[in-house]
Ligand binder design. Structure first.
Ligand code: XMP
Length: 519
């Protein structure tokens, strides 16, 4: 088994970032809630443990504690923020509410050397250096447990970094996992590589080999079907599974007629012609567009598309005899069991259900070869498998497709106009080298007509809006600040080249309060 690190989650908003930083350094890790069954924690087989931050206060009764196994196991431990506080409280130190709460950037001075700074770390983490870090704490340690000493301090946190080299326990009051801690990734690496001794052998090449074997073990001689959407996750899953089991895999591509320009053909060319993967291409666009006739409510659109998709997919799949498995491109963020301290039901803004419900309906077992990976890692795996960059680096695209980019009723004509405008916009973005800086960019066809003048004639055509946002996870987003000349160029091209549009606007709403899609 490759060396692995266990991250115990105490509910911090940024626990996932710890995992990403650790994996970026070539070490496999997983996140489990702090109160996971101790047997499971033990069986995970970690070489070292990281305790995450969290919103609780160790000073209150019944707040989360690290399981006894953590300190009985003899494994190295790094406590971050709340993780440091609970480690101190549990090992005989004292924590107190601080008058001087520190949130945001702070300077830490490395006051002494310790084994954490001994390995392959830059001058940043050597005694005497000062380093910018990101603090977020209300409580602070005031008395260290036996065996610990202070090795780094800041104005508000005299115990900013603590160390017990004997037991290989370390703690930081700040968050090394966030980008605002300039050399934080290096500190995490110093722990995982230097202190714990992980080899850094977790690469996408290694993952590919392991995953291929795991798929073979799981599936045996059975048949598998995989739905393709034209997106990164399902494409990577399909190519990986095909590498493992060859023609036992059949891909099903339900073309709902709501994809971007040229995308349906690309899927067929790539999978059937390039990879030679058995592919059923069901052109169901008539059916979807028919079902959407007269529908203008966004949620009804989603439900109509989601429901029909399942029917069509199921219909096609049931024609292949002897299928036992359904492949899905589920990712790690979908399956992480994290701790949530925020109770109560949340409001549904958009239902986002596309093919949810397929597995129950089809009574098939699931193959989910990407369920341990973050999105960036799926892209790397796609590159490793030789998928074209145009697909691997593609912006996310919603399941209901262009249907939610045409507010109001959808018609075949409107879809055609939107596809053409969107293609011009993306072409200009690519030509300007901006595509990879943007999380998502697309055109929206507005349900209003406006008056214009072209040549000497009056026009009365659609307006379209352009959207481009930056984001890390789609949960929040900022509009992309295109230069004006770029926007002017796109507007001119769209109006000249796309029949049916005579006005172009740029959407400068952030999320919140807006959402990324218009519906
Ligand atoms: P919003 O519009 O909610 O979008 O800010 C956040 C992200 O989710 C995508 N999105 C969807 N994806 N089915 C999907 O698969 C949907 O119904 C759906 N609605 C929005 C959106 O493109 C963005 O990446």
């Amino acid at each position: 088994m490759t060396d692995r690190i266990l991250i115990l989650d105490f509910g911090s908003q940024v626990t996932q970032l710890i995992a990403r930083r650790v994996r970026e350094s070539g070490v496999y890790c997983e996140i489990l809630p702090f109160n996971t069954d101790p047997e499971r924690i033990k069986n995970f087989g970690a070489k070292g443990i990281i305790l995450s931050g969290g919103p609780a206060s160790v000073l209150e009764i019944d707040t989360p504690r690290a399981p006894d196994y953590v300190f009985d196991s003899g494994l190295p431990v790094l406590g971050i923020c709340y993780g440091q506080q609970t480690m101190c409280a549990q090992l005989g130190g004292r924590v107190e509410r601080s008058d001087h709460r520190e949130f945001g950037r702070a300077q830490v001075e490395i006051s002494e050397s310790c084994a954490l700074f001994d390995g392959d770390v830059s001058e940043t983490w050597k005694a005497g250096a000062r380093e910018q870090v990101w603090m977020s704490h209300g409580d602070r340690v005031i008395e260290l447990p036996p065996g610990f000493r202070v090795v780094g301090k800041s104005g508000g946190a005299p115990f900013a970094i603590i160390a017990d080299d004997e037991r290989r326990y370390y703690g930081t009051m700040f968050h090394p996992e966030v980008v605002h801690t300039s050399s934080g990734a290096e500190l995490l690496k110093a722990f995982t590589h230097g202190v714990v001794g992980c080899g850094g052998s977790w690469t996408m090449a290694a993952f590919r080999a392991q995953a291929v074997q795991a798929i073979r073990d799981q599936v045996g001689g059975a048949k598998v079907i995989c739905g393709l959407s034209g997106g990164v996750d399902s494409s990577v899953a399909a190519v990986l599974i095909h590498e493992a089991i060859g023609d036992q895999l059949t891909c099903v591509f339900v073309d709902h007629g709501l994809l971007r320009k040229g995308e349906a053909d690309e899927v067929v060319d790539l999978f059937r012609d390039h990879y030679n993967i058995p592919l059923i291409h069901k052109d169901a666009s008539e059916m979807f567009i028919g079902a959407l006739e007269g529908v203008s409510d966004p949620e009804v659109k989603r439900k109509t598309i989601g429901g029909l998709f399942i029917d069509v997919f199921d219909g096609e799949a049931s024609r292949i005899k002897g299928v036992e498995f359904l492949a899905q491109g589920t990712l790690y963020p979908d399956v992480i069991e994290s701790v949530s301290f925020i109770g109560g039901p949340s409001v549904t803004i958009k239902s986002h259900h596309n093919v949810g419900g397929l597995p129950e309906r089809m009574k098939l077992k699931l193959v989910e070869p990407l369920r341990e990976l973050f999105k960036d890692e799926v892209r790397d795996l796609g590159r490793e498998l030789g998928l074209p960059e145009s697909l691997v680096g593609r912006h996310p695209f919603p399941g209901p497709g262009l249907a939610i980019r045409i507010p109001g009723e959808i018609t075949r004509d409107k879809l055609e106009i939107l596809r053409n405008a969107d293609a011009v916009y993306l072409d200009e973005i690519r030509k300007s080298g901006l595509y990879d800086e943007i999380w998502q960019a697309f055109a929206v066809l507005l349900p209003v007509r406006t008056v214009g003048v072209m040549g000497d004639a009056r026009t009365y055509d659609h307006a379209c809006a352009l959207r481009a946002v930056t984001s890390t996870d789609g949960m929040t987003a900022d509009y992309y600040p295109f230069p004006h000349d770029f926007l002017g160029r796109v507007a001119t091209r769209i109006i000249n080249e796309v029949r049916g549009i005579n006005r172009v606007t740029y959407d400068i709403t952030s999320k919140p309060p807006g959402t990324i899609e218009w519906e």
